[in-house]
Design a protein around this ligand. Structure first.
Ligand SMILES: Cc1cc2nc3c(=O)[nH]c(=O)nc-3n(C[C@H](O)[C@H](O)[C@H](O)COP(=O)(O)OP(=O)(O)OC[C@H]3O[C@@H](n4cnc5c(N)ncnc54)[C@H](O)[C@@H]3O)c2cc1C
Length: 405
């Protein structure tokens, strides 16, 4: 930030995937943007499956070309019940061609996604990126004024809170949030294996949570690769933490029933304790919440960032392209953003919560209900396609941006 107080159209608090994508979308709509926060570009063994709806948004923003070559298309999702329930759930495969797509989405390594978004943001003249975290955020009736850790102040008619689950911007605006935890930890790593994944993402639903292998693009060193997201009870996580990589990979090969052959860990393991977050408002005067500042849940069915990109598309659709006359921080305008996003956010947060808890319990009626649901999806094509469309390409706003090649 420069020495004198500056004014911009929008301050984005947070420079994770949501903050960077929001900054790019707002700049493309003609707004001047300050995006503040530290981005994590370390290779962490984490990936993100971006579904077709997100790919279309990123394409409209002109950034998809950066990821198309490094991501691995996901052609199908296969779900295998491994709960040992007395009411077995039949295997289910959801294929892209059922909804007339070549792929359901693309799996991209997180660090490469963030690096690509940073490169795009740096190339756009409307965006100032600063690594200074925001120390103070104060609201008046016609502006929000922030002070960075470097002591500079800057004001704008609107702040976009994209600063994660503990969102300082959300707290400063007095928006209440409720968070909860699940008795689970996700163990993650990139893996290599002896047999091809054939573009399949495979989820083994266990009593500890799903163990998912999401296909990754081949490298020269490893022709067959997948990213692992393995949810397990805290006790199992502690036990597996004491295993060396070879022993852990052997357990993983057994858990995945040898579907991709023998598995080896390609990276160090990471761990994420599982939790959820619900906010009582998605916007108020001078502030709009996007990404994990607005919602959080466990990584089941890969919904998190996909949902965040729909927040961003809706926000820009609500604000429209820059005009000199419109107050983009006005409570009435932002209330329409909130109304447009409420259903989608509630559906994903509660849907993932129900799915998570239904796996953790061995209460017979819940197992029966899961079995009936999976059987119906297997047998009834129109239902299966409707569910697939809702997960992969739900109806959403069209970005008010010029079409890009
Ligand atoms: C194991 C795992 C697998 C996942 N897989 C998928 C998937 O396949 N598909 C999918 O769609 N989603 C997936 N997700 C979810 C997805 O990764 C998250 O939804 C997404 O990363 C959230 O990004 P965010 O930018 O909203 O939040 P964050 O990544 O938490 O970023 C918040 C940012 O705010 C910054 N910040 C904090 N305080 C301040 C401050 N005072 N001032 C300025 N900046 C601040 C932080 O430095 C950080 O950069 C997965 C999640 C996990 C854990």
């Amino acid at each position: 930030m420069s020495a004198a107080e500056e004014k911009v159209d929008v301050i984005v608090s947070g420079a994770g995937a949501s903050g960077l994508a929001a900054a790019i979308a707002l700049a493309r709509a003609g707004y001047s943007v300050l995006c503040a926060g530290v981005s994590d570009t370390r290779p962490t063994g984490r990936t993100v499956a971006l579904f077709e709806g997100s790919i279309r948004t990123l394409r409209a923003l002109g950034v998809w070309e950066r990821f198309a070559e490094i991501g691995q298309p996901i052609r199908a999702i296969r779900i295998i019940d491994d709960t040992g329930s007395r009411f077995p759930v039949p295997p289910l495969t959801l294929r892209a061609e059922e909804i007339a797509l070549d792929a359901l989405g693309t799996n991209v390594e997180n660090d490469r996604l963030i690096a690509g978004l940073i490169a795009e943001a740096q190339a756009l003249p409307g965006i100032q990126l600063t690594e200074a975290k925001l120390d103070s955020i104060a609201f008046t009736c016609d502006a929000v004024r922030v002070r960075g850790a470097d002591g500079q102040t800057i004001s704008a008619p609107l702040i976009v809170a994209a600063d994660g689950r503990r969102s300082p911007a959300r707290t400063a605006a007095g928006i209440a949030a409720r968070s909860w935890s699940y008795p689970q930890t996700a163990l993650i790593a990139l893996t290599t294996h002896s047999r091809p994944h054939d573009g399949f993402s495979t989820e083994f639903h266990t009593r500890g949570g799903p163990c998912t292998l999401v296909p990754l693009r081949a490298t020269e060193a490893s022709p067959h690769r997948s990213s692992l997201v393995w949810l397990m009870s805290t006790a199992e996580f502690e036990r597996r933490s004491s295993l060396d990589d070879v022993a852990l990979a052997a357990e993983l090969t057994v858990q995945t029933r040898g579907r991709v052959g023998d598995i080896r860990l390609e990276t160090a393991r990471g761990a994420f304790p599982m939790g959820g977050l619900h906010v009582n408002r998605l916007a108020a005067a001078r502030i709009a919440l996007v990404g994990e500042a607005a919602h959080a849940f466990p990584p089941l069915a890969a919904q998190g960032l996909n949902l965040s990109l729909r927040d961003i598309a809706q926000l820009v659709a609500t604000l429209g392209t820059k005009t000199q006359t419109r107050d983009i921080g006005a409570a009435t305008l932002l209330a329409s953003y909130e109304r447009a996003r409420r259903r989608d956010v509630a559906l994903r947060t509660h849907g993932v919560d129900v799915l998570s808890r239904s796996l953790l319990t061995d209460f017979a009626p819940v197992d029966v209900a899961r079995g009936i649901g999976a059987t119906a999806l297997r047998m009834v094509g129109p239902l299966r396609r409707a569910v697939l469309r809702e997960g992969i390409l739900p109806p959403g706003p069209v970005l008010p941006l010029p079409a890009r090649a």
